[in-house]
Design a protein around this ligand. Structure first.
Ligand code: DGL
Length: 295
């Protein structure tokens, strides 16, 4: 079995929803999480810029941390960069869009589903394409929810303001009569109570976290030769190391409220300025490597 860690990243706290599912399914693995809070939100950015960020983080995870697998725990980065990362990186790369589509296809009964995500994700058409590739057609109603991520990053998951925003942004999806709503942004499960109140009891909320964790586990394999292997054994507890490119104290405070005390210490990552957008083309230019500083 390959004892190297699993790397994962998001623009901020959102990927912690995926980390939770992964830790539950593979509790003896070591996880290294990057929350790129210094450059959040990704949703309103140009997809090329998000691709460059994703490539920079993934390369750091591979070159400096020596991860065996990368989980893109962010829909916007998955929409922008998954194909590029898979083409350029020497380790398996798992995104959250296909797992989310599989999860929602299993959950719907009336085959009319909604998906909500960032402006970047919805505008990319990634969900529309993934849903269109299913063997049995599903009607999809998509809506972007600008502002949701910012509420989560502020640690504000229940308030009148977030409810007012949710009422306005979710109205078209609710009124379309969907029976299932895919939370196509990894931050949104933190707003699940507000979203559920607005959508009503009959609408099932689905996140991609569990299905993504199943995919990671399937790639690691169990005992099959040639597979990376799942870490196991009571004598080897798993671990989670967290890095943030923003305010590490804030990440620790809000992150542990959202995720739980196991979040532990948060270490600081410092990216070079300006970010290497040209790197998104896959050029071998390596100026884009950050320095890690503790604290
Ligand atoms: N969690 C990211 C996603 O799944 C949020 C993107 C953002 O920073 O806007 O899309």
């Amino acid at each position: 079995m390959d004892s190297r860690p699993i790397g994962m990243f998001d623009s901020g706290f959102g990927g912690l929803t995926v980390a939770r599912a992964l830790i539950d399914l593979a509790p003896h693995e070591e996880f290294v999480y990057v929350g790129d809070t210094g450059r959040y939100p990704y949703g309103p950015r140009d997809l090329g810029e998000v691709r460059a960020f994703a490539l920079q983080i993934a390369r750091w995870l591979i070159d400096d941390v020596d991860v065996k697998l990368v989980v893109v725990a962010c829909n916007t980065a998955s929409a922008a960069a998954l194909d590029t990362l898979r083409a350029l990186l020497p380790v398996p790369v798992v995104g959250v869009i296909d797992p989310g589509v599989r999860a929602v296809a299993k959950a719907t009964r009336n085959r009319r589903v909604g998906v909500v995500g960032t402006v970047g994700t919805i505008r990319s058409g990634a969900y529309q394409r993934a849903m269109g590739a299913l063997p049995v057609p599903i009607e999809l109603v998509a809506a972007s929810c600008p502002g949701f991520v910012e509420f989560v990053e502020r640690g504000e998951t229940r308030s009148d303001q977030v409810t007012v925003l949710a009422e306005r942004l979710l109205a078209p999806v609710r009124d379309a009569g969907v029976d299932t709503l895919l939370l196509g942004c990894t931050h949104y499960p933190f707003l699940a109570r507000t979203i559920a109140d607005v959508m009503g009891r009959d609408v099932v909320l689905v996140s991609s976290a569990d299905e993504t964790a199943f995919e990671v586990r399937a790639i690691l394999g169990d005992t099959e030769p040639g597979r990376l292997g799942v870490a196991r054994g009571a004598d080897k507890p798993g671990s989670l190391q967290v890095y943030s490119s923003g305010d590490v104290e804030w990440f620790r405070t809000v992150g542990s409220r959202l995720f739980g005390e196991e979040l532990g210490e948060v270490q600081r990552l410092v990216w070079p300025d300006p970010p290497p957008v040209s790197d998104a083309t896959g050029s071998p230019d390596r100026d884009g490597r950050p320095g890690a500083a503790s604290g």
